[in-house]
Design a protein around this ligand. Structure first.
Ligand code: AMP
Ligand code: ZN
Length: 114
């Protein structure tokens, strides 16, 4: 998928409205439109890369910036127990091919994941 067709690029650009729960110069945090936990945030890099490892290769500083927002959100909301997920590849559940980190909290999580 090209960046011009990418829904998360449109959110980053403000073409699709989504309140920013937190942001820095390299990433934004939004609420997932279809939450699977009481807290379900998506941390989006501003740059379009298909997945987290591709972002690591092209821009490791921006990958790290995702975790800065996790740090900010979990501290602000006193979230101590949470799950971070990068679904990578359709077979692993990835449906939007713009790297993004799921921050899930507010309920118990099972292991192994489904
Ligand atoms: P993944 O399946 O890991 O690629 O995650 C994509 C996530 O994006 C899913 O959890 C969707 O619910 C979420 N999503 C898709 N479109 C939007 C949107 N417009 N705003 C917020 N979240 C979205
Ligand atoms: Zn994109």
């Amino acid at each position: 998928m090209s960046a011009t067709e990418c829904i998360f690029c449109k959110i980053v650009a403000g073409e699709i409205p989504a309140p920013h729960l937190a942001s820095n110069s390299e990433a934004i945090a939004i609420a997932d439109i279809s939450p699977v936990a009481p807290t379900h945030y998506l941390i989006l890099p501003r740059t379009h890369e298909a997945n987290a490892v591709a972002l690591h290769r092209s821009n490791p500083t921006e990958l790290s910036a995702l975790f800065a927002l996790v740090d900010e959100l979990t501290q602000r909301e006193a979230i101590n127990d949470y799950r971070l997920v990068f679904n990578t590849g359709a077979g692993a559940g990835q449906s939007v091919f713009h790297a993004h980190l799921h921050l899930l909290a507010g309920r118990a999580f099972t292991w192994p994941p489904g």
